[in-house]
Ligand binder design. Structure first.
Ligand code: PLP
Length: 265
């Protein structure tokens, strides 16, 4: 693993989903002496297993790497499996900085309040940067957050239930479209799907053109693979990401039925 790290900035893991025959490449990137880890994952909605996180933890220990663990979606999980943080593995707490945002759990995206949790020697510098860059988190946002902190479970559970309902509507409707087949992700509020076959059906070669035509004809807006950085080896470009966070179930149904009609006609 050490050789791999010094030869390349990326380590790739191949996951085979035998049921559907998909092959996914999951990468984590090392920047200097840091590893940036994003589990529960945007844009794919994937969650890593204990064995996978443990393998990454071992690589970090062997190569003396710090980890920036982006845990924005730590609570946005729909199965009953307990959450995993890389910081909880032996030898990791002292080399991990958890980056957290209140955006997701409390549906307060854009309010810009979060936390970095890690060894004091690093976090004190992050605090200094934050104070000088943002001049502190503003007052009304701190008050809003304080007012919901004591009923965390109640509010967050109701948000999660709504999201789960929307996820299920999306997956069912999308899977009813000819040429689409997707698994139900266990976390985040994103769906990441390969639209290669749909593009062929519509005789559209370019993903950006597909995105714009879909928006104009159906009102459905989505990101494409190019919004998430450069392609990794053996990665297919024709992926789109749908988000079901800021939209109600009725609007989801309207949008996706319109998308289905556009694709199939
Ligand atoms: C993986 C991940 N980390 C961090 C963030 C940042 O969230 P915010 O800027 O709302 O605090 C996002 C937002 O989409 C995200 O998807």
């Amino acid at each position: 693993m050490k050789a791999l790290l010094s030869d390349s900035q990326y380590i790739s893991y191949l996951y085979n989903f035998p049921k559907k025959g998909y092959l996914f490449t999951v990468t984590f990137k090392t920047v200097g002496m840091e590893t940036i880890l994003d589990n529960y994952q945007n844009p794919t909605g994937a969650s890593s297993s204990i064995a996978e996180i443990e393998a990454i933890a071992n690589i970090c220990i062997d190569n003396d790497l710090w980890v920036l663990s982006d845990e924005a979606y730590y609570e946005i999980r729909y199965s009953h499996k307990p959450p995993i943080s890389i910081a909880s593995f032996p030898g990791m707490k002292e080399r991990t900085v958890i980056l957290y945002t209140f955006s997701k759990r409390f549906a307060m995206t854009g309010w810009r309040v979060g936390a970095s949790i890690g060894p004091k020697k690093i976090v004190k510098h992050i605090a200094k940067l934050n104070i000088n860059d943002e001049s502190c988190t503003n007052h009304f946002i701190q008050c809003a957050l304080a007012s919901v902190m004591d009923k965390v479970d109640e509010d967050a559970k109701s948000i999660l239930n709504k999201l789960k309902g929307r996820r299920d509507i999306c997956v069912k409707l999308l899977n009813s479209i000819r040429g689409l087949s997707l698994l139900t992700p266990d976390s985040t509020f994103y769906l990441y799907l390969n639209v290669g076959e749909l593009m062929e059906n519509k005789n559209i070669k370019d993903l950006e053109k597909f995105r714009i035509n879909a928006l104009k004809n159906t009102g459905v807006a989505f990101c494409t693979r190019s919004h998430f950085g450069s392609l990794n080896t053996r990665q297919d470009e024709n992926y789109i990401r749908l988000a079901y966070s800021g939209i109600n179930s009725e609007a989801i149904k309207d949008g996706l039925i319109s998308f289905k009609n556009w694709i199939e006609n």
